[in-house]
Design a protein around this ligand. Structure first.
Ligand SMILES: O=C[C@H](O)COP(=O)(O)O
Length: 254
């Protein structure tokens, strides 16, 4: 049985005050962490202040970054390393978000390098994959998504799979109010799990978490999470408001 996991990706939103206020409220929530895992993914500037609040309250809410550089250190102006992220309390990094793939030109090869860097240096990762509208309309959404998973995981050994979560995010459903229907999402999650099974075996496939992202709200989390292969959500817009994010966590029941 895979415990559901809800991660709030704040993207390029929230100033320091706003991030602290939202974290205070979420950290004060009475969340049953035996039932659901929760994580916050603030901007780089808000990581350490958010970490301090999480640490002072003793909550089990995890902290992740929205990106990372693949090199350990050096002349990479504007970039942040795995070691830096760990030093401000991050336990994972988000890799290959569609906004980074499509707006900033991140390639599958780059995402694979970042994943290796995270694994080598002891940082977990959420690897994002998903098709564009054109790919869905061309009926290659399944192949495209599975291919992204394969390229991201190239060279990753089976023993590290429990440090990785896959997030399926159909690009056309992000921030648009459109959600992939639960059956549409399940079709892709199931295909990704089959791929993991073919590459790493049955046990790895049954253990890896595959979460869904794309206009997740308090109203649709329950039907999504009740699908066999959907293990949680990567929430964007609805994670910026305490009321909607806490309701998503509450409604995340199987
Ligand atoms: O990282 C989160 C996803 O991009 C989904 O964003 P959204 O919930 O605003 O559609």
């Amino acid at each position: 049985m895979r415990k559901p996991f809800i991660a709030g990706n704040w993207k390029m939103n929230l100033t320091l005050d706003m991030a602290q206020e939202l974290t205070d409220k979420i950290a004060a929530e009475n969340i049953d962490f035996n039932r659901v895992g929760v994580a916050l993914i603030p901007s780089y500037t808000n990581l350490y202040p958010v970490y301090k609040i999480l640490k002072s309250t003793g909550t089990e809410i995890r902290l992740g970054s929205q990106n990372v550089h693949f090199e350990k250190n050096g002349a990479y102006t504007g970039e942040v390393s795995v070691e830096m992220l760990k030093s401000v309390g991050c336990t994972f990094a988000l890799l290959g978000h569609s906004e980074r793939r499509n707006i900033l030109g991140e390639t599958d090869e780059l995402i694979n390098k970042k994943l290796h860097s995270c694994i080598d240096q002891g940082l977990d990762a959420i690897v994002c994959v998903g098709e564009t509208l054109n790919e869905r309309e061309a009926h290659i959404h399944k192949e495209q998504t599975v291919s992204q998973v394969g390229k991201a995981l190239k060279g990753i050994e089976k023993k590290f799979l429990n440090n990785i979560i896959i997030a399926y995010e159909p690009v056309w459903a992000i921030g648009t109010g459109k959600t992939a229907g639960k059956e549409d999402a399940e079709e892709i999650h199931s295909a990704v799990r089959d791929f993991i099974k073919s590459k790493y075996g049955e046990e790895a496939a049954s253990e890896i978490k595959i979460i869904y992202g794309g206009s997740v709200k308090p109203e649709n989390i329950k039907e999504l999470i009740n699908m066999e292969n959907i293990d949680g959500a990567l929430v964007g817009g609805a994670s910026l408001k305490f009321e909607s994010f806490s309701k998503i966590i509450q409604n995340c029941t199987i």
